[in-house]
Design a protein around this ligand. Structure first.
Ligand SMILES: N[C@@H](CCC(=O)N[C@@H](CS)C(=O)NCC(=O)O)C(=O)O
Length: 215
C-alpha cells in the first residue's frame, strides 16, 4: 500500500488526520506508534526527529509528510475524494486554513496543556500555565459560539479540513472544560461532529485506549 500513517488512535492530532482519510475512504496502512515504548519512539524519531504524531509516509512519491494540517493538504492535493478538504478557490482555502489554525492553536493546544499538566510529576505542575490555557479556551468557546450560530460546518455548508481540526480538539476540550451548559451553539456543532461517520469511527477506534486519558 502506498500510504502509511504513523499515529496513535487516542492522540487528538492523529484523529484529525484519520477523519480526513475516512472522509474519502483513502486506503492507508496503519502503523501505531507507542511513544511510551523506547524502541517505538526511537524508530518514529528517525522519521521525524520532532517526535510528534501523526506522520504520513507516501512510498509511491517517496515523501514523508509530518504535521496534521500539512498531511491533510497533501491528501487534498494528491489523493482527492468526495469531501473537498480544502476548497480550490484561493480565498476560501485561506479562510479554511485560518479556521484550522484557530482550532489547533486556540482550542487544541490549550486543551493539550491542561491534559499534559495532569500527567506531569506533582512538583512540576504549572498552575499558572493551566489557568492561562483555560482562559484562552473560554475565549475560543465564546468565539465559536458566535461564529457557528448560522453555520453547519466551520466553513458553512461544506465539511473541510477546519472541521477535521475542530472535532478532536472539541472532544477532548469538552472533557477538561465542558461547554454543554455554557456554550449551546458550540455544543450543537459538537453534536454534529460526533454524528459525522468519519469522526464517529475515529472515536470508536480510540475507545479501547480511553482508560489512558488522565481524568
Ligand atoms: N503540530 C502538530 C502537533 C502534533 C502533536 O502534538 N501530537 C501529539 C499527539 S496528539 C504528540 O505526538 N505528542 C507527543 C509528544 O509531544 O511527545 C500536528 O499538527 O501534527
Amino acid at each position: 500500500m502506498t500510504l502509511k500513517l504513523f499515529f496513535h488512535p487516542l492522540a487528538s492530532f492523529c484523529q484529525k488526520v484519520l477523519i480526513a482519510l475516512y472522509e474519502n475512504d483513502t486506503p492507508f496502512e496503519p502503523h501505531i506508534v507507542d511513544l511510551a515504548d523506547a524502541r517505538s519512539a526511537e524508530d518514529f524519531k528517525k522519521m521525524w526527529p520532532i517526535g510528534k504524531m501523526p506522520v504520513l509516509r507516501d512510498d509511491a512519491k517517496d515523501r514523508t509528510v509530518p504535521e496534521s494540517s500539512i498531511i491533510i493538504e497533501y491528501l487534498a492535493q494528491h489523493y482527492p475524494g468526495r469531501t473537498q478538504l480544502l476548497p480550490r478557490d484561493a480565498d476560501l482555502a485561506r479562510q479554511t486554513r485560518l479556521r484550522d489554525r484557530f482550532y489547533d492553536f486556540y482550542v487544541h493546544e490549550p486543551m493539550q496543556k491542561i491534559v499534559l499538566d495532569r500527567l506531569r510529576p506533582q512538583a512540576k505542575n504549572d498552575p499558572y500555565g493551566v489557568e492561562q490555557a483555560k482562559s484562552l479556551l473560554a475565549t475560543a468557546y465564546g468565539m465559536i459560539d458566535q461564529e457557528m450560530a448560522a453555520k453547519t460546518w466551520a466553513m458553512g455548508d461544506d465539511f473541510s479540513m477546519a472541521d477535521c481540526a475542530a472535532a478532536p480538539a472539541l472532544f477532548y476540550a469538552n472533557e477538561v472544560m465542558p461547554f454543554a451548559d455554557t456554550h449551546k451553539t458550540v455544543a450543537r456543532y459538537f453534536d454534529r461532529l460526533m454524528k459525522r461517520p468519519s469522526f464517529a469511527r475515529a472515536v470508536k477506534e480510540a475507545q479501547p485506549y480511553f482508560a489512558l486519558f488522565p481524568k
